[in-house]
Design a protein around this ligand. Structure first.
Ligand code: GDP
Ligand code: MG
Length: 168
C-alpha cells in the first residue's frame, strides 16, 4: 500500500513557538534559543494512524513572518495547517484571522487546527479562555492548548491533523 505523506504548514506571528513546536515534535527537544538550521525547509516524523503509516512533513518559516514575506514555495502543496498563537502575546491572537485568510488564499480550505501555545505561562495570560474558544467556534476549528516547553498536547495536535487529513 502507498505511504501517505502530508505537508503541514505551521503559521502564526513570530515568537509564538512554531519552530520550537516542530523541533519538539520531530526531534524531541526544547531549547530556549532555537535558531533555524540554514538550508532545512522542513522536519519530518512518521506516525501510525488507524493502522496507516503517515509521514508528516512540518514546514518551518525562517522567521520572515514579521515582514509578511513568506514565499509561495512555503505554502505550495500544503495539505494541513497549524495556526498558532501565544498565551502571552495578544497581537498573535488577533492575527489568527489574517493567517487563516492567507493560508486559504494560497492553498484553499485544508485540514486546520488552532493552537494556543505557552500555556505553562497561563498566570500571565492575555487571552481569556472564552475568547479563544469563541474564535475556534467561529472558525469551526478544533482547539488545543499546548506547552511546547512542558511537552503538553504537542503530539495530540499533529495526530488530530493526520486523522483529519485521512478522513477529509
Ligand atoms: P517562532 O518565532 O514562532 O518560531 O517561535 P520560537 O519557536 O522561536 O519560540 C520563541 C520563544 O518562545 C523561544 O524562546 C522559545 O523557547 C519560547 N517558547 C516556545 N514554546 C514555548 C512554550 O510552550 N512555553 C514557553 N514558556 N516558552 C516557549
Ligand atoms: Mg521560527
Amino acid at each position: 500500500d502507498m505511504e501517505v505523506a502530508i505537508k503541514v504548514v505551521v503559521v502564526g506571528n513570530g515568537a509564538v513557538g512554531k519552530s520550537s513546536m516542530i523541533q519538539r515534535y520531530c526531534k524531541g527537544v526544547f531549547t530556549k534559543d532555537y535558531k533555524k538550521t540554514i538550508g532545512v525547509d522542513f522536519l519530518e516524523r512518521q506516525i501510525v494512524v488507524n493502522d496507516e503509516e503517515v509521514r508528516l512533513m512540518l514546514w518551518d518559516t525562517a522567521g520572515q513572518e514579521e515582514f509578511d514575506a513568506i514565499t509561495k514555495a512555503y505554502y505550495r502543496g500544503a495539505q494541513a495547517c497549524v495556526l498558532v498563537f501565544s498565551t502571552t502575546d495578544r497581537d498573535s491572537f488577533q492575527a489568527i484571522d489574517s493567517w487563516r485568510e492567507k493560508v486559504e488564499a494560497e492553498v484553499g480550505d485544508i485540514p486546520t487546527v488552532l493552537v494556543q501555545n505557552k500555556i505553562d505561562l497561563l498566570e500571565e495570560t492575555l487571552i481569556k479562555n472564552e475568547e479563544a474558544e469563541a474564535l475556534a467556534k467561529r472558525l469551526k476549528l478544533r482547539f488545543y492548548r499546548s506547552s511546547v516547553k512542558e511537552d503538553l498536547n504537542v503530539n495530540e495536535v499533529f495526530k488530530y491533523l493526520a486523522e483529519k487529513y485521512l478522513h477529509r
